[in-house]
Design a protein. Structure first.
Length: 300
């Protein structure tokens, strides 16, 4: 058992106060307010709510080493790229490689391997194999359902994969660019709860109004923060940050911390921004994360 002292940034209570945290077995057991003044700040670490680590061209341990420098303490990673090549063996490699790293790397079970039936890939993953993956503790959701035509056309195998996730009590990630109207409603009724493909504010608002969580994406391949960041103030409880694809030169410069800085600079409330960068993903995917300890801002 150990204690950590600092100014606690409490996202839920929207307050900052001096506190002493008791830590046991890697978990916070008690938070006690303190009269003593502390100079260091304690806040939840940042979470990348949707990323393909393979796009960084780094193995998980090296990705974690670079991301941790920027305050990232967890990711929700979709390993569908390596699964396209190596199938289950590739997914298990990613899980094993992530076990002893400074970032809590969680995974989703790739739902679309291959992405379409018109592709030639090294492997494919059926609903039976998804069921196997769902038993892994590090698998926290069904990966992005890119096959939205399969959802709309009642493809039995697509719905079998979604059912496997539901049976395991895990959410289903979405991928539905420009989908709207009745087609969007049917996609959401299938149980798909997130989308990271919005490129227009109107598109994101329609998806939110129909019950979706929006992942504001800013990575190497797509940059949507500039268009979507107003959602941070209007719907702070329904947004998360993600990179999707994060090349090494991008990761060298920053990660989710850059979105936090840009959101603050854009005038968004500190607690809303920190909620979007950490708490929402932790709650949605039911993942344990950790605290980030910063020195006195006056010294930085």
């Amino acid at each position: 058992m150990k204690t950590i002292k600092g100014k606690l940034v409490d996202i839920v209570q929207r307050d900052i106060y001096n506190a002493i945290l008791t830590i046991e077995d890697g978990k916070i057991q008690n938070i006690q307010k303190a009269k003593e003044e502390f100079s260091e700040y304690l806040l939840p670490g940042f979470i990348d709510s949707h990323v393909h680590i393979e796009s960084s061209m780094l193995k998980p341990s090296e990705f974690a080493r670079m991301a941790a420098r920027h305050g990232t303490i967890a990711t929700v990673s979709d390993p569908h790229e390596i699964a396209n090549v190596c199938g289950l063996e590739g997914v298990y490699y990613m899980i094993k490689e992530s076990e002893k790293v400074p970032v809590k790397i969680h995974f989703t079970a790739p739902s679309c391997v291959p992405a379409t039936e018109f592709e030639n890939t090294g492997h494919s993953l059926s609903s039976k194999e998804i069921e196997i993956l769902m038993k892994e503790p590090k698998i926290v959701a069904l990966g992005e359902m890119m096959n939205y035509p399969g959802v709309l056309n009642d493809d039995p195998e697509v719905y079998a994969k979604i059912k496997v996730a539901f049976d395991a009590g895990k959410p289903v990630d979405g991928h539905a660019p420009e989908l709207g109207g009745e087609r969007l409603k049917k996609y959401i009724r299938a149980g798909i709860s997130t989308d990271h493909e919005c490129t227009r504010l109107e598109e994101a608002l329609e998806k939110i109004e129909n019950g979706m969580h929006i992942l504001i994406r800013e990575g190497s391949a797509a940059q949507n923060f500039g268009v979507l960041h107003p959602l941070i103030t209007t719907y702070p409880e329904l947004c998360m940050f993600c990179t999707d694809d994060c090349h090494p030169d991008y990761l060298e410069k920053g990660h989710i911390n850059t979105l936090v800085s840009r959101a603050i600079a854009a005038g968004h409330n500190l607690f809303d921004v920190l909620r979007v960068s950490s708490y929402n993903a932790s709650k949605h995917f039911r993942i344990n994360t950790g605290m980030l300890q910063l020195g006195d801002p006056a010294d930085s």
